[in-house]
Ligand binder design. Structure first.
Ligand SMILES: O=C(CO)[C@H](O)[C@H](O)COP(=O)(O)O
Length: 231
């Protein structure tokens, strides 16, 4: 059983005719986008806002009409993956390097549906290193400031060069150990000049679609969104 595939394909069923849909990035969101493409071929009318250039190319290949967030600032639904999901539906994202656009698109959406295999479901965040997008200029100073918040930070490398995001920035993968206060940590990092965004998505996910050996589990967030815009 491909847990990512069953989760992604199930989540694509949340998409309804006429919706503007945020299209996530990664190997699980891929299956959702692919299924949406199949439904478009069968007559579903939707428009998609991709969270990365990779997903933009995929959507266009699949025949999903792509629109800009600036033309459609209010989305009905976004389907995206995650690297970790805790009991409160707080997330670490950005393993695929798309965290900034993923966060902007999620914030613009009425509903955020997260798709993942059940290995991503953790009690507390932090086993996965937190991706933090930083501006290249002065990055060594930024690393020192990020590490002063209590982590070891490593510049993400692709081949022999720094990994470059779709926004022309770099990523620090930060080992904080267990993250006791995701919102507090997010705010501390955002105060650092040079930090563009963090991969902590606090209070943003409404629904989690988990692929398990036994099939798909759909979980709804226990508490309503309170302060999502700030995280
Ligand atoms: O945040 C992301 C990309 O920036 C991805 O959604 C996250 O890394 C999960 O990816 P995958 O489904 O391939 O495990």
């Amino acid at each position: 059983m491909d847990k990512k595939r069953i989760a992604g394909e199930k989540a694509a069923e949340f998409v309804e005719d006429g919706m503007i849909v945020g299209l996530g990035t990664g190997s699980t969101a891929y299956w959702a986008v692919r299924r949406i493409g199949e439904r478009v071929r069968d007559g579903l009318r939707v428009q998609g806002v991709p969270t990365s250039e990779r997903t933009r190319e995929l959507a266009l290949e699949l025949g999903i009409p792509v629109v800009s967030l600036d033309d459609f600032p209010q989305l009905d639904l976004t389907i995206d993956g995650a690297d970790e999901i805790d009991d409160n539906f707080h997330l670490i994202k950005g393993g695929g390097g798309a965290l900034f656009r993923e966060k902007v698109v999620a914030l613009a959406s009425r509903r955020l549906v997260i798709v993942a295999d059940d290995g991503k479901w953790v009690g507390k965040l932090g086993a996965f290193r937190l991706p933090v997008e930083v501006v290249p200029f002065g990055w060594r100073r930024t690393v020192r400031a990020v590490e002063a918040t209590g982590c070891r930070a490593e510049l993400r490398i692709e081949g022999t060069n720094p990994y470059e995001t779709d926004n022309g920035n770099w990523i620090l993968d930060c080992d904080f150990g267990t993250i006791a206060d995701p919102a507090g940590l997010h705010h501390s990092l955002k105060r650092i000049t040079g930090v563009v965004e963090t991969g902590l998505f606090v209070g943003m996910a409404d629904t989690v679609v988990l692929g398990t050996e036994a099939g798909v589990r759909i979980l709804s967030r226990p508490t309503p969104i309170t302060d999502a815009e700030s995280c």
